[in-house]
Design a protein around this ligand. Structure first.
Ligand SMILES: [Fe+2]
Ligand SMILES: [Fe+2]
Length: 274
């Protein structure tokens, strides 16, 4: 069922999450004061400097802002210095059929799940065409249930990736755009002890929580950051970032967010939307 990306068991796996790059067909486009193609390239350079032996790169949606095929090609170009397989899921700004058109490379997967040694990575599509909020339809939930049962049979620890946040954020404007049926997601995950982590993008900020023994993680965008508490749309002054994760054979997840240091960006803090 799962694509096998890595066969080695009993060793730590280093993964990298890159999320919410919001690229455009025109690489020179400025978005809330930032050139999103350039900030993505800055993040890739930071990853290349900090990480070795990346088992896989998790690309958790809003890869593009305009969902153009050209923008997906730019995403592939920007990540080309990193020689690791990529797992993609769509965000609210993506169109899955457009993503599919650029998947002519063996190293990029728009798949349900991947097996990396002792770990199963499950990719869920929470995007709803024309909507900012997220929803897992009945097929996604049924597939998740099957994947978790299969993971349990093979004693595989599980990391679930989804674009939308399944736990609340404080900022009211952003909270209305969350995953609408987190309760249905948790009703399934609560039945399987092998679920160790749930990872998302979308909220353009770092987030960490433990729910029912499962580590829940949100990750900064490679471009603009959202202020975590202001109830109106507000851009935060944090720099672009990414997350690395070490998945250990005993089911432990070690993880940290890294951000661009020592570079000032010309962010448009007066922007009223994105
Ligand atoms: Fe986003
Ligand atoms: Fe999003």
């Amino acid at each position: 069922m799962a694509e096998v990306l890595e066969k080695n068991n009993n060793q730590s796996l280093r993964l990298v999450q890159i999320t919410d790059s919001h690229l455009f067909a025109d690489r020179s486009t400025i978005f809330d004061g930032l050139n999103t193609f350039e900030t993505l390239k800055d993040i890739v350079a930071l990853v290349a400097a900090q990480q070795q032996n990346i088992g896989c790169i998790l690309c958790t949606g809003d890869l593009t802002q305009d969902s153009s095929v050209e923008a997906y090609h730019h995403f592939i170009d920007a990540l080309s210095p990193l020689e690791a397989p990529q797992l993609w899921i769509p965000g609210n700004h993506d169109i899955r059929s457009q993503m599919q058109q650029v998947l002519d490379q063996n190293s990029i997967h728009l798949c349900r799940s991947a097996q990396l040694g002792d770990w199963r990575i499950i990719m869920l599509n929470s995007s709803v065409e024309g909507q900012v909020y997220g929803l897992l339809d009945q097929k996604e939930l049924a597939d998740l249930d099957l994947e978790l049962a299969d993971s349990e049979r093979s004693n595989s620890h599980v990391l679930i990736c989804v674009h939308h946040n399944c736990l609340p954020v404080e900022a009211a404007w952003l909270q209305q755009h969350s995953l609408k049926n987190s309760d249905e997601l948790f009703e399934i995950t609560d039945r399987y002890s092998y679920v160790k982590g749930i990872l998302y993008g979308h909220i353009h900020q770092e987030f960490e929580a433990i729910r029912n023994g499962v580590r829940i993680m949100g990750t900064p965008s490679t471009c603009i950051q959202f202020h975590p508490t202001n109830n109106e749309f507000t851009i935060d002054n944090e720099n672009p970032g990414y997350r690395w994760l070490d998945l250990e054979p005993d089911g432990t997840i070690n993880s940290r967010v890294e951000r661009i240091q020592d570079k000032a960006y010309n962010i448009d803090f007066d922007s009223t939307g994105y």
